[in-house]
Design a protein around this ligand. Structure first.
Ligand code: SF4
Length: 84
């Protein structure tokens, strides 16, 4: 499965240059022409904003976001501010 996130796509045309059989740009957004094109994976990897979603890159998009280690935790609830 290949999809294009039109909110992310900038219409730069890199995917079309890498994979003209698979993509075209219409109205400044990439459009999928042929999801079975052999060059699709190369275009997925080369999109500068990660707007092409395919089965090959879904694994990292579905990973849970873990909090950074060593960061300060926000205080829960009220408190921490000045009290009168
Ligand atoms: S390379 Fe990415 S941002 Fe550029 S036109 Fe293709 S899908 Fe859109």
């Amino acid at each position: 499965m290949v999809q294009i996130d039109t909110n992310k796509c900038t219409g730069c045309g890199v995917c079309v240059r890498i994979c003209p059989d698979g993509f075209e740009v219409k109205e400044k957004k990439a459009v999928l022409k042929n999801s079975g094109a052999e060059c699709i994976d190369k275009a997925v990897a080369s999109c500068p904003v990660g707007a092409i979603i395919s089965d090959s890159n879904l694994w990292w998009q579905s990973k849970p976001v873990m909090p950074a280690r060593g960061g300060r935790r926000k205080r829960q609830g009220r408190g921490g501010g000045r009290r009168r």
